[in-house]
Design a protein around this ligand. Structure first.
Ligand SMILES: *Cc1c(COP(=O)(O)O)cnc(C)c1O
Length: 373
C-alpha cells in the first residue's frame, strides 16, 4: 500500500469516513470493468467473499451488495424479523437512533435502552431487559458509535445470545478493522460493514457477515423486501453473482484492499489505529481540547470527539481549517454540533499525517483567535 498522497488541490480528510483513498487503491477502482455475468466475475466474487470472511473473522457466511451503510442497517433488520417481533435496541447515539427508527418503520416492538451521549451501554440493563421480556427476538447494537466516539462491547452480548434463539445484530460500519472485532468467537449473528470506512474505499459497497442462525431466520422473516432480500443473495452467490448489477469496480478494489489488510494482518492494522488514536488524543489535549468520552475503556479508535477551546467556536475553526489549510475535520453531531470537533482516525495515516494536522490546527486556532478579537 502506498502512503497517502493527496492530489493537488485536494483536501486532507480527517473525518470518520469517507477519507482520502490512497493512490494505489484509486488505481484499482479505475480499472477496466469486467462483466458481472461471466465466469471471470464469479471467480472474483468467490475470492473476495473468502477474503472478507477473514476480515470479519468468520467461517460462516459473507454477502455483499451495492448501497451505503444505512441501507445495510435496514437490510440487517428486514431479513431476520417479522411484523410485531420484539427487539432490544441499544441506543448510544445517532446511529443507535437510526436502528431505532428503522425498527419502528417496520413495526417491530422495540425495547429501547437509551444512554447519555458519550456513554456505552450497560450490560446489567440488557440482562434486566431480557429477563423482563422473554419474547425478545433480537438485540441491535452499534459497535463503534461514530456520533459520540464510543465503542460498545460486543462480546458480552454474544455471551447472552449464543445459546438462545435471540439474534445479535451489530453495526460494525465504522468499527471493523479499526477496532478489534471477532464475528465467530464473539457469537455475532449479523454484522454490517461499509466500503468507505475502514476499507479505505469510496462509498458504494456494503458487506455482511452472517451466522447459520441468521441464515435460518431469513427463511421465516415476513418483513417486506425485494432488493435486500438475503435469500436471493445466497442463491446468486452460488452462481458467482449478485441479484443485480454490482458496483463491479468496488468489488475489484475490495479484493485489493483485503490482500493488503490480510498481508499486514488485521491485528497489526487495528493496533496501528489504536496507537494513532492515543497520539491524537494527547496532541489535542495539549492544544487545549477536552476529550468527550471520559471512560478510556469505551473509546473507539475510529474517531476522537473533543469539546472546543474557550473563545474558539468549533465551526469557525473547521471553516478556517478547510478554507485556509485544506483540512476537513468533522463537527459534532446533533445537539453537540456547535461545541465539538470529531477527528477521524479511520484513514491510512502515519504519525507524520497527525503531526501535519496538529501543526495546521495550531495555526488555525491562532488565526481564529486573531479574527475574533
Ligand atoms: C457511517 C456510518 C453509518 C452510515 O453509513 P452511510 O454509508 O452514511 O449510510 C452507519 N453507522 C455507523 C456506525 C457509521 O459510522
Amino acid at each position: 500500500m502506498t502512503e497517502l498522497t493527496i492530489p493537488k488541490g485536494g483536501k486532507h480528510i480527517f473525518a470518520p469516513g469517507p477519507t482520502n483513498v490512497p493512490a494505489d487503491i484509486r488505481r484499482e477502482v479505475a480499472r477496466d470493468l469486467i462483466h458481472h455475468v461471466t465466469p471471470e466475475y464469479a471467480e472474483l466474487l468467490w475470492k473476495v467473499t473468502d477474503k472478507l470472511k477473514k476480515v470479519f473473522k468468520t467461517e460462516q457466511y459473507v454477502l455483499s451488495t451495492t448501497a451505503t451503510g444505512s441501507a445495510g442497517m435496514e437490510a440487517s433488520v428486514i431479513n431476520f424479523f417479522s411484523k410485531g417481533d420484539k427487539v432490544i435496541v441499544l441506543n448510544t447515539g445517532n446511529f443507535g437512533n437510526r436502528f431505532l427508527e428503522i425498527c419502528k418503520v417496520y413495526k417491530l416492538d422495540v425495547v429501547e435502552l437509551k444512554y447519555e451521549w458519550g456513554k456505552a451501554y450497560e450490560l446489567e440493563d440488557v440482562k434486566k431487559a431480557l429477563a423482563e421480556n422473554p419474547d425478545v427476538k433480537g438485540i441491535l447494537v452499534n459497535h463503534s458509535e461514530t456520533s459520540t466516539g464510543v465503542l460498545n462491547a460486543v462480546q458480552p452480548l454474544g455471551e447472552l445470545t449464543k445459546n438462545t434463539d435471540i439474534l445479535l445484530i451489530v453495526d460494525v460500519i465504522s468499527g471493523l478493522i479499526v477496532n478489534e472485532f471477532e464475528f465467530d468467537k464473539w457469537g455475532v449473528d449479523c454484522a454490517v460493514a461499509a466500503s468507505q470506512k475502514g476499507f479505505l474505499l469510496p462509498p458504494g459497497l456494503i458487506y455482511f457477515a452472517l451466522s447459520k442462525k441468521a441464515k435460518k431466520a431469513t427463511e421465516t422473516s415476513d418483513l417486506p423486501k425485494f432488493y435486500f432480500d438475503f435469500k436471493r443473495y445466497f442463491q446468486f452467490l452460488e452462481m458467482g453473482r449478485h441479484p443485480q448489477t454490482p458496483a463491479i469496480n468496488l468489488v475489484i478494489a475490495t479484493d485489493y484492499v483485503c490482500d493488503y489488510l490480510l498481508e499486514r494482518t488485521i491485528e497489526k492494522v487495528t493496533a496501528h489505529h489504536k496507537m494513532l488514536r492515543e497520539y491524537i488524543e494527547s496532541e489535542l489535549v495539549k492544544l487545549g481540547f477536552k476529550l468527550f468520552v471520559e471512560d478510556e475503556s469505551t473509546r473507539s479508535n475510529t474517531v476522537i470527539p473533543v469539546w472546543g477551546i474557550e473563545g474558539i467556536p468549533c465551526n469557525d475553526l473547521r471553516k478556517q481549517l478547510s478554507e485556509k489549510h485544506n483540512i476537513v475535520v468533522a463537527g459534532g453531531y446533533g445537539y453537540l454540533q456547535p461545541d465539538m470537533l470529531r477527528v477521524g482516525n479511520i484513514g491510512k495515516y502515519e504519525i507524520s499525517d497527525i503531526d501535519f494536522l496538529i501543526s495546521n490546527m495550531k495555526m488555525a486556532i491562532e488565526e481564529v483567535r486573531a479574527e475574533n478579537k
